[in-house]
Ligand binder design. Structure first.
Ligand SMILES: Cc1cc2nc3c(=O)[nH]c(=O)nc-3n(C[C@H](O)[C@H](O)[C@H](O)COP(=O)(O)O)c2cc1C
Ligand code: SF4
Length: 517
């Protein structure tokens, strides 16, 4: 008898023992004389079930998780029989967490073998690139514009407009830079995509190159992501061998090649101009804009800088058409967003859904509430510079404008959940401290403001002159918001002010909550 299993090699699965599980299953299969084939995939994003082992059957893949090495023997025994096992979760697609999703960008992540160019093509890969070559640069830019795709890195800038600016620029060289720095707390979709479906990012970058006339691309990945670096390197080699990269992309007249660059992992190096400095081998400090990178970017050449998810979404836009993608979403937020559920949450992982689902549906229904079982008190959306929302704002639809209208941001789609044991003045202090540590130091409101901010919140925590010190923090936030050169200093007020505004009881000298218990 022979068995075919899939086991993720995603960093999240590896962290909870996927390699050990794979080895133990091999040993157990050998002991029973079973022929075992294991395909290492990315993760489907069901992180509470990792390591999720799937057996390939005629009725599709059947999942078992979370599997430990101790389960190996029993699992192999079960798989050799009728498959019944206490860890059996059935077909992953039938789990409510996956059923509620619309997977467009992450459609293949967790399904395909990220090292196999053939598998990529067998699952619809290259359709977008072939279409792009067929229709040519102007029509590609038009399709991306019409799709309504906005930058998934945080700012939500229309991708088509960015590409058009670079396409229209005259220069001897142009570049495509992929921002894979992913520094936001609670985010991991970029990593998951690169580890689970790296050819999709390569395809998106090649399409961007053809659209704009850029012949060289760089993927800037933080050093904390060694598995993503390895996955990208392996895929790039296979893509080159398969003719997807090189002097004639898929035999066309377009040349495009790319390489990975590893950054040291400073948060500010995710900011586009700082990233360019770092790519050029300089210290990662923010450059004033203008000039925009689209006019004068890497090595002073016109440069497209896009997030991993923005680029990885382009192939499906081209393959299925702008209207298909545009049909999902609400308002000016079109398509789908890979949302990362993290923190104190029961079903932590990645859920890709069309824009418009409410924050409450994401946290309570898809995420299943807190892992601790206590009530959800606050969620921080959009990374360390995102606002804290209380339950009262759970009716907010997940879209750029709706969050902005409530003084929040969706950023890179990371949601971090806190239960009722959270102390919001400490969270506010953390934001200031984070800013002071990660500041590039170029401008005063951020460099000094964040340090003074943390000091002042310390006084509030100590109960010193609370009302006056809250006013000082609020005043400081206005200075940081309007005086900072980039969003690191400029957005730090979001978590600080939202904590004060939505959770005033935590900033009061009178310990209401303690007294009430
Ligand atoms: C402090 C700071 C950190 C950032 N970090 C990231 C990041 O890790 N990844 C990312 O894609 N964009 C990040 N951005 C946004 C980028 O500056 C830029 O808007 C983005 O790469 C553009 O790509 P997009 O249009 O595809 O979103 C950051 C911005 C700031 C101000
Ligand atoms: S806001 Fe902070 S990170 Fe941004 S340029 Fe100023 S000092 Fe640097």
């Amino acid at each position: 008898m022979s068995l075919h299993l899939t086991i993720p090699r995603d960093a999240g699965a590896l962290a909870v023992g996927a390699d050990e599980v794979a080895a133990a299953l091999q040993v157990a299969a050998m002991a029973r004389g079973l022929e075992l084939t294991v395909t290492r995939t990315g993760s489907r994003g069901l992180y509470w079930l990792e390591p999720l082992v799937e057996v390939v059957t005629e009725a599709g893949r059947i999942g078992y998780g979370p599997v430990t090495p101790d389960d190996a023997e029993g699992l192999i025994e079960a798989l050799a029989g009728d498959g019944a096992h206490r860890l059996r979760v059935g077909r992953p697609e039938d789990l409510p967490f996956l059923k509620r999703q619309t997977r467009l960008t992450m459609a293949r992540t967790g399904i395909v073998d990220p090292r196999s160019f053939e598998d990529y093509q067998a699952h619809g890969g290259l359709e977008g690139l072939r279409k792009a070559i067929e229709i040519g640069p102007a029509a590609i830019v038009e399709a991306v514009t019409q799709s309504g795709l906005r930058g998934r890195g945080g700012a939500g800038f229309p991708t088509g407009i960015k590409w058009k600016t670079v396409a229209d620029a005259k220069a001897d060289r142009k570049y495509i830079v992929c921002n894979a720095d992913e520094g936001d707390s609670g985010t991991f979709a970029d990593r998951m995509l690169m580890e689970g479906d790296p050819f999709c990012l390569i395809e998106g970058m090649a399409i961007a190159g053809i659209a704009t006339g850029a012949t060289k691309g760089f993927v800037y990945i933080r050093s904390e992501y060694p598995h993503a670096v390895a996955a990208m390197e392996a895929a790039m080699t296979a893509a080159r061998r398969g003719g997807m990269l090189g002097r004639a992309v898929l035999g066309s007249a377009h040349a495009f090649d790319m390489e990975v660059r590893v950054g040291a992992g400073a948060y500010v190096c995710g900011e586009e101009t700082s990233l360019l400095q770092s790519l050029e081998g300089k210290r990662g400090t923010v450059r004033a804009k203008p000039p925009l990178p689209a006019h004068k970017g890497l090595f002073a050449r016109p440069t497209v800088i896009n997030n991993v998810l923005s680029l990885a979404t382009v192939p499906i836009v081209l393959a299925r058409g702008a209207a298909f993608y545009r049909d999902f979403g609400m308002g000016r937020s079109r398509g789908t967003m890979p949302i990362q559920l993290a923190g104190n949450i029961r079903y932590g992982g990645l859920a890709e859904v069309a824009f418009g689902v409410t924050l409450g549906e994401l946290v309570d229904d898809i995420g299943g509430g807190t892992l601790s079982g206590r009530p959800v008190r606050a969620v921080q959306v959009g990374g360390p510079l995102g606002a804290y929302f209380p339950r009262a704002l759970f009716d907010t639809p997940f879209d750029y404008e709706s969050f902005a209208a409530r003084d929040g941001l969706i950023g890179h789609g990371g949601i971090v959940v806190f239960d009722d044991t959270v102390d919001m003045k400490r969270q506010a202090r953390f934001a200031m401290e984070f800013c002071s540590i990660e500041s590039c130091g170029k401008c005063t409101p951020c460099r000094i403001g964040a340090i003074r901010g943390a000091e002042t919140i310390d006084k509030i925590i100590a109960g010193q002159d609370v009302a006056r010190n809250i006013a000082v923090v609020e005043d400081l936030c206005q200075t940081m918001k309007f005086g900072s050169l980039c969003a690191l200093g400029g957005f730090t007020p979001y978590p600080v002010l939202s904590a004060i505004r939505h959770f005033p009881e935590d900033f009061d000298v009178t310990p209401h909550r303690v007294a009430a218990e």
